[in-house]
Design a binder for this molecule. Structure first.
Ligand SMILES: *Cc1c(COP(=O)(O)O)cnc(C)c1O
Length: 414
């Protein structure tokens, strides 16, 4: 791959390794969007003149591009403001539409808050929710999933890949199970786009949430794939109004954002085959260096079934927040952007069985299209130096060096 051009030299001093929180726009995406702010500013719903037709044609092209990424039909794409809205529309839309059929839904404890909180909301309205636990690698037990499905179950919602650990769920197997049981399957594929194969037919996906800003498009736009046949999925609209998007999501379309998302999807689709191994090589290089340079560092999640751009590593005996403060030249996160505002340890890592201390000492490194080898090496050197520096000041680390088993220590509070 050619080394891509950076668009923002001003932030060059900081190495960006938080691509799972958001990505910069690909410059090609911005170029594609620009004319639609000024000359071609029409409302895609204006059917009576050229301005509207031009906007509508561009929106339709974007629809085809996003559909192509999922091997879907363009009529199955419903534009939204992002994945949070897409998840709400999928889950609440199914819950309300299929309430006569049943009131039970299944999800996992490691889902994004946009799924968990939507499910909680519905639980408050009387729906039964099964919250599947996960194993050490972040996988649900497929037998447990199968056993949880009853004749009251209307929806299974399990993400394609986890935003904190990168663990990939076996979509085709889960999809086949849901299809066999006659239950709809929704997947939040926000982190997966462009980083793994997504195919609504072979993976039996009925509803898929995507977000542009996790795939080098602009913020504030996304979509929900809604299957049109075998079975035809129906949804209760969450936004009432002009009846846009086949009545499922009213509101004037975000034409520029949608065009950006379409171009982002085109680039993901056409470059995935080279981009995935490139990202995996950079990620592996970073991970190997960190593990080699830092005793007792451990990788969280499933190293075999994992997104190619991400590694989540625990650095025992070091406090994650202190580490992040100590490496200000590197933009990383502990946990997801949504929960890292609070100092709570990540609920995802705790669900994997990590204790509070270990969860607190974990960092997510997520690389992307504009990451260079030089940045990887710089980040590895800085993190190693900082972890070793913090450990040198840590009484816990000193005890470990003296051969004391910390789990056997009886702590007294004075
Ligand atoms: C970022 C993210 C979301 C939220 O997407 P927005 O478009 O920012 O609302 C939902 N799910 C996952 C897995 C994410 O990573």
């Amino acid at each position: 791959m050619t080394e891509p051009v950076r668009t923002e030299p001003a932030i060059r001093e900081t190495v960006y390794m938080d691509y799972s929180a958001t990505t910069p726009c690909d410059p090609r995406v911005v170029q594609r969007m620009l004319p639609y702010f000024t000359q071609n500013f029409g409302n895609a719903a204006s059917r009576s003149h050229q301005f509207g037709w031009t906007a509508e044609a561009a929106v339709d092209q974007a629809r085809q591009e996003v559909a192509a990424l999922l091997h879907a039909h363009e009529k199955e794409i419903i534009w939204t403001s992002g994945s949070t809205e897409a998840n709400n529309l999928a889950i609440k839309g199914v819950a309300q539409m299929y309430r006569q059929k049943g009131n039970h839904m299944i999800t996992a404890v490691t889902e994004h808050k946009a799924v968990l909180d939507t499910m909680k909301h519905l639980e408050g309205e009387g729906f039964q929710i099964t919250w599947l636990p996960v194993d050490r690698k972040g996988h649900v037990d497929l037998e447990q999933l199968a056993a949880a499905i009853t004749d009251q179950t209307i929806l299974v919602s399990l993400m394609a890949a986890n935003n904190e650990t990168g663990t990939i769920h076996p979509l085709a197997t889960i999809g086949a199970l849901c299809k066999q049981k006659g239950v709809l399957f929704h997947t939040d594929a926000t982190q997966a786009t462009g980083k793994m194969e997504l195919n609504v037919d072979t993976q039996h996906l009925d509803l898929v949430s995507l977000s542009a800003h996790k795939m080098y498009g602009p913020k504030g736009v996304g979509c929900l794939y809604v299957r049109r046949k075998n079975p035809r999925v129906r949804l209760t609209a969450q936004m009432d109004g002009g009846g846009h998007e086949r009545g499922m999501r009213s509101g004037t379309l975000n034409v520029t954002g949608i065009i950006g998302m379409g171009e982002a999807a085109r680039i993901c689709r056409t470059e995935m085959a080279t981009e995935i191994p490139h990202l995996a090589a950079l990620r592996d290089r970073l991970q190997q260096r960190l593990l080699a340079g830092i005793p007792d560092a451990v990788v969280n999640g499933d190293e075999a079934a994992r997104l190619p751009h991400l590694t989540n590593i625990s650095f025992p005996y070091v406090e994650g927040e202190s580490l992040i403060m100590g490496i200000k030249e590197i933009a990383v996160s502990s946990g997801s952007a949504c929960t890292s505002a609070s100092l709570e340890p990540s609920y995802v890592l705790k669900s994997l069985g990590l204790n509070d201390e270990l969860a607190h000492s974990s960092i997510r490194f997520s690389l992307g299209r504009f990451t260079t080898t030089a940045e990887v090496d710089f980040a590895a050197d800085r993190v190693i130096a900082e972890v070793l520096r913090l450990r040198a000041m840590s009484p816990l680390w000193e005890m470990v060096q003296d051969g004391i088993d910390l789990s056997q220590v009886k702590w007294t509070v004075h």
